[in-house]
Design a protein around this ligand. Sequence first.
Ligand SMILES: Nc1ncnc2c1ncn2[C@@H]1O[C@H](COP(=O)(O)OP(=O)(O)OP(=O)(O)O)[C@@H](O)[C@H]1O
Length: 268
Amino acid sequence: MEKMIEVANLSWRRDRKTLLHNVNWTVNKGEHWAILGLNGSGKTTLLNMINGYLWPTQGTVSVFDSPFGTVDLRELRKSIGWVSSSLQEKLHGGDKAQSVVLSGKFASIGLYDEPTKEDEEYAIELMEQLRCSHLIDRAYLTCSQGEKQKLLIARALMASPKLLILDEPCNGLDFISREQLLASIERLARRPDAPNLVFVTHHTEEIVPLFGHCLLMRRGEVFRAGETKDVLTEPILSDFFETGISVHWHNERAILTWTGHDPERELD
Ligand SMILES: Nc1ncnc2c1ncn2[C@@H]1O[C@H](COP(=O)(O)OP(=O)(O)OP(=O)(O)O)[C@@H](O)[C@H]1O
């Protein structure tokens, strides 16, 4: 079976600090993964390695069965979509929503090449699937945070990536926008041509059932990796957060409640 990501014994040191330590992680074709970790646990650093923007101090990275060092990273990156808040800052706010989506086809910021009729139809199809086709003529800048996220996901899909990384896509979204975005992601994952998804989040309740696998990162290390139902358990999460956690499953999503005693968190 094709391995979409294979990271072995990966470490990264900077300024005498070990920011990733002996990370092992394999994503097989067809698996959708959630990555959960506290701030500063190394999630973004790991994703930067997978995209070839950082080079490991130790260990190996292989994407689509191609070990780094033997592949043209620029070519490889065309098959990886990465939707993150830093991308939002790079886009031209005055561009119409449709050209923001279409520009994903050319993996460029701004629209330089002439899109074909098929490209335009595909952009509309993706926008419909993500329930944002009504924005087609709107300036990107005037779209809400939730609308922007949907447009950026449609944009990433224009390049037909094999792997799509959604880096905290629900940040800054209200409850309704978040649920709508998650429903859109579930819908797109059902497409026959859907890419493998990697979804980074701080909140277990955003890990919808399509994410059958879960990676817990803590202090630059893999704390646990495996099937979501085996990973998001009370003992594992209590160990992970180093406090008492109770887990309540609702619609196959894990809702956490703090049960541990922590004097710093007590209100007056
Ligand atoms: N270029 C760098 N030089 C030195 N330290 C770095 C560098 N990049 C990241 N770090 C540090 O590495 C640690 C992991 O950062 P990283 O951004 O990967 O965490 P994260 O899990 O993505 O966090 P968040 O959830 O807050 O986005 C942090 O302590 C960060 O300050």
